[in-house]
Write a protein that binds this ligand. Structure first.
Ligand SMILES: Cc1ncc(COP(=O)(O)O)c(C=O)c1O
Length: 399
């Protein structure tokens, strides 16, 4: 097939939800991808924070191959035991905050959040859910209801009842909202889709205290921040913040659709048979891949590497901000989740388009931002090659 044929078929049959980029990706290797014509691009989006150890990663290929030769899906699915699932649980529990003792696997982040919200209602016997403005928790009806961005909500009103919002990072707002009806407070420890907003450890520890005092379960949505994206394996784990549920997806299986949620012993003790399930619920293929990814993150000390690469980015981008003060308003980030905020969305779009012309994928975020979240094992020279393209693109747009 040629790119042209692929465009025609997708444009004809794919549901019309996206403004597509006219590039048809055929293959990848590490942080690089190639289109059908063999043109090479650098991927600073890692498929939206997913291919955390790079494209066509050999340890993933090996896990896929060897597990697929054995079994993909168990008879009676989760009712039977699986050495692949047990292997994943063993390695995952070694990196999970120790107070989170039980896990259930899902296929996506939205599904994990959906389940955590549902189960929090059951455990507390309360209905209300508090979330934060600008948050993003998924696109199912309950996670869209928990998402604090009008663009993801307003066309679908009325959404689920009993969802309320507080200002991200505002403790007084949360304190006032917490009452005897609140089952759960769901929060991203760093907002990703909302524009890379970072919370302090002090704030999150206070949130833990307020929720616990109110009998409200705290759900940390680490779908985007988990698995070393910002340095530590999990943001809340790194800070010692004790949450009741921790949800995960994206990086967990490096590109294979997979997710999960972990819960405390106390929460698990209040759940019973039939409270949750699913057709796949820890399918052996997904488990084998996730195991290979987590093992890679540990064996290669990716956490330290991410912190190092993140510092390089912030330092280089800081120089751009000094050079183009009218164009760049702010630079925020932690590890390899970074946003450059431009003066307006036209500039951000122009820079993003110019990056693509120069064969670099970045992600325009919240209109005036460009977010980068490349593979976590990116090499310094690859990072600098991509940053060089961004710098040239910004220079071109700034004139
Ligand atoms: C913080 C957060 N939660 C949930 C989701 C939804 O995950 P998924 O797209 O796998 O359903 C996302 C996706 O971007 C996310 O960033």
């Amino acid at each position: 097939m040629s790119s042209q044929t692929t465009f025609e078929i997708e444009d004809k049959y794919v549901a019309p939800f996206f403004v597509k980029q006219k590039i048809s990706i055929d293959k990848g290797d590490g942080v690089f991808v190639w289109d059908e014509e063999g043109i090479r691009y650098i991927d600073f989006t890692s498929g939206w924070g997913v291919t955390c150890i790079g494209h066509a990663q050999p340890v993933i290929t090996e896990a896929l191959l060897s597990q697929s030769k054995k079994i993909l899906q168990n008879p009676n699915s989760g009712l039977t035991y699986s050495p692949a699932r047990a292997g994943l649980l063993s390695i995952l529990m070694g990196v999970m905050p120790p107070h989170l003792t039980h896990v259930f696997f899902s296929n996506s982040g939205a599904e994990a959040n959906d389940a955590a919200i549902k189960l929090a209602r059951k455990v507390t016997n309360r209905l209300d859910v508090i979330s934060t403005h600008q948050s993003f928790h998924g696109r199912t009806i309950s996670t869209a209801s928990a998402t604090g961005q009008a663009s993801h909500r307003e066309k679908f009103n009325p959404l689920m009842p009993n969802y309320r919002f507080v200002t991200y990072g505002d403790l007084d707002d949360l304190e006032q909202a917490l009452d005897e009806n609140v089952a759960a407070f769901i929060i991203e420890p760093i907002q990703g889709e909302g524009g890379v907003h970072i919370l302090s450890e002090k704030y999150l520890k206070e949130v833990e205290r307020l929720c616990s005092q109110n009998g409200t379960l705290l759900i940390a949505d680490e779908v985007q921040t988990g698995f070393c994206r910002t340095g530590p394996m999990f943001v809340t784990g790194g800070m010692g913040v004790k949450v009741d549920f921790l949800t995960m997806a994206k990086g967990i299986a490096g590109g294979f659709p997979f997710g999960g949620f972990a819960m405390s012993e106390e929460v698990a003790s209040r759940l019973e048979i039939g409270d949750h399930g699913g057709t796949y619920c820890g399918n052996p293929l997904g488990c084998a891949v996730a195991h290979s990814v987590i093992k890679y993150l540990i064996d290669h000390n990716i956490s330290a590497h991410v912190e190092h690469m993140g510092r390089i980015c912030i330092e280089i981008m800081g120089q751009w901000k000094e050079r183009y003060p009218d164009v760049i308003k702010d630079i925020r980030g932690k590890g390899l989740l970074i946003i450059i905020e431009f003066a307006d969305s036209d500039i951000a779009k122009a820079v993003s388009d110019e990056c693509l012309v120069r064969k670099l994928f970045v992600r325009q975020t919240q209109g005036n931002g460009i977010r980068i979240f490349p593979a976590l094992n990116i090499k310094e020279n690859e990072l600098k090659e991509g940053l060089g393209i961004m710098q040239a693109a910004i220079g071109q747009v700034a004139g």
